[in-house]
Design a protein around this ligand. Structure first.
Ligand code: ZN
Ligand code: ZN
Length: 338
């Protein structure tokens, strides 16, 4: 079968790879669609961790071809989404219910062969049945939406809050829809790229700001009078991290959601965190949030069509990554067999 395999950081190759036999509780899935995201760009560039050689792709859905020992009770042809994050179930974190912080966490498409392939072998425990009527694009979005749902849990937004989202990329635009549904009164999105600002406005942002031209701080002071109740950093840069801390009101919450390159640091004034009584939280992957993500997408509460996802065959994976890297595309997906 045709696959996109990371040989080592900096070297992603499209090649042919034989399928191995199923073992244990594994299920063979024919991949319908597999999203590419900033994490894939970071993995390929070597600024996010991975265990090569490995087939990339952690946002994917497909159809059961061979249910193996059928421990999940999934019939052939069942439409399924794949939760790529596999916890050990035995470590002290897993035993506290913190499966996403598992000390032995491994992920399909990062450490184990993932979804940028015609077929994928997936442990039955990682599969979720997709309701009828969901498109390939929506199905591929279940994984990123599941991460945003965890972000909502972490951010603790209250009805009527003023929320700032830094970065109007894919995740920022998904988060915007969740924040809106979650009851925020004012949602300010800061995004340098004009067409992304337009989508953010269409999806219900109260105010969209170009950080290059407008004063974000002034706009937020004009909106709430005291700063943001919650700032969500979906941009994942040192500058956005600093901005996020700066924009929160006294007693506000700052959430780091975007992936900043490993090892990059920025100064923090502990006295400011103390005196302003800030809550600074991270949000990492998607513990137990797949069912809610499926519900939000199948009910049309999170809409992905406005994001203009582009589909590519596996052979064009480099082109798909390049258009993400230079910001031309918002979201791309690989559709094997096209
Ligand atoms: Zn991703
Ligand atoms: Zn564990």
């Amino acid at each position: 079968m045709k696959v996109a395999e990371l040989e080592k950081p900096g070297s992603l190759r499209v090649r042919s790879k034989p399928l191995r036999a199923l073992q244990g509780d594994e299920v063979l899935v024919r991949v319908e669609s597999c999203g590419l995201c900033g994490t894939d760009v970071h993995i390929v560039d070597g600024t996010s961790r991975s265990t090569p050689p490995v087939i990339l792709g952690h946002e994917y859905a497909g159809f059961v071809v061979d249910p193996g020992r059928n421990l999940a009770g999934l019939g052939e042809g069942t439409h399924v989404a794949v939760d790529p994050n596999i916890c050990c179930g035995r470590c002290p974190y897993c035993r506290r219910g913190l499966v996403h912080l598992c000390s032995g966490l491994r992920a399909l498409g990062v450490d184990i062969d993932g979804g940028m392939a015609e077929y994928s072998i997936v442990p039955a425990s990682q599969l979720y049945t997709i309701p009828h009527g969901m498109t390939a694009e929506e199905s591929m979005f279940i994984e990123p939406v599941s991460c945003a749902v965890h972000g909502m849990d972490r951010a603790g937004i209250r009805t009527g809050d003023c929320v700032v989202i830094l970065g109007g990329g894919t995740i920022g635009l998904v988060m915007l829809q969740l924040v809106r549904r979650g009851g925020a009164a004012a949602i300010v999105v800061s995004e340098p790229v004009a067409h992304k600002r337009k989508i953010a406005a269409d999806l219900g942002a109260s105010l969209v700001i170009d950080p290059a031209g407008d004063s974000l701080r002034q706009a937020i002071m004009d909106t709430s009078g005291i700063g943001a109740d919650v700032v969500i950093d979906c941009a994942g840069t040192l500058s956005s991290a600093r901005t996020a801390i700066d924009l929160a009101r006294r007693g506000g919450t700052v959430m780091f959601f975007g992936v900043c390159p490993i090892g990059e640091t920025t100064p923090l004034e502990p006295n400011g965190v103390y005196f302003r009584e800030l809550t600074i939280v991270g949000s990492y992957i998607n513990p137990f949030t797949f069912p809610r993500a499926i519900g939000l997408l199948s009910e049309g509460i999170v809409r992905v069509t406005p994001l203009g996802v582009q589909a590519y065959p596996i052979e064009s994976v480099h082109e798909a990554l390049a258009s993400l890297r230079d910001g031309r595309a918002l979201k791309n997906m690989i559709v094997p067999g096209t």
